[in-house]
Design a protein around this ligand. Structure first.
Ligand SMILES: [Fe+2]
Ligand SMILES: [Fe+2]
Length: 195
């Protein structure tokens, strides 16, 4: 199936996006091994997370409406956010993925979701931190954190995304904040439990 997905992607995303997808796949597999998760599921979610990345806005809205998704006003205004949900729809319809955990990891890769699974956390973090994202100090620090504590990495990756959106004067989807607060609380309560 991997070759089939790669062939599908080659026709639909530019080379830079294709390389990013391979980077997410690779980092998601490595993090899954590190945290004793199912690396095959991580590979599939990483490979398919951006299937709909280059779909035009009207196609994203149509696909989301066709799948009866709840579309909020920010998503209507910025349909690009829907590429995560629509990628999960394509993974299911086009490639026959039925595993709920994989589909959720694809769906949550952009905004996250409070109480998301460790597999979703891995894909969320890998999407932001894979090597093609750059080599800045901030990214290198986040990468280091991603090997130390998964929820801390989700929290700080969300902070990084929020800071980026603030600087660019972009709308921030409230789910990014909810994900950040959830992950922060998880990381802090784990810290308290540690001996
Ligand atoms: Fe994406
Ligand atoms: Fe991505």
């Amino acid at each position: 199936m991997r070759e089939q997905v790669l062939t599908w992607l080659r026709d639909r995303v530019p080379k830079s996006r294709f390389n990013h997808i391979l980077g997410v796949e690779k980092m998601a597999i490595a993090l899954a091994y590190h945290y004793n998760l199912d690396s095959q599921k991580a590979a599939t979610a990483g490979l398919m997370h951006d299937l709909a990345k280059n779909f035009p806005p009207d196609r994203l809205l149509q696909a989301a409406q066709g799948a009866d998704l709840d579309i909020d006003p920010i998503q209507v205004q910025t349909p690009h956010i829907l590429h995560a949900d629509v990628s999960a729809i394509i993974a299911e319809k086009e490639f026959g993925v039925s595993d709920r955990e994989i589909l959720d990891a694809i769906r949550h890769h952009t905004l996250g979701q409070p109480a998301m699974s460790d597999l979703s956390c891995v894909v969320y973090v890998a999407d932001a931190l894979e090597p093609n994202r750059g080599q800045t100090k901030a990214l290198e620090a986040l990468r280091e954190t991603s090997w130390q504590n998964l929820h801390r990495a989700v929290w700080q990756t969300s902070d990084y995304a929020i800071q980026y959106l603030l600087a660019k004067q972009c709308v921030i989807h409230p789910r990014t904040i909810l994900t950040r607060n959830w992950a922060l609380q998880q990381a802090k309560s784990q810290g308290k439990k540690a001996p």
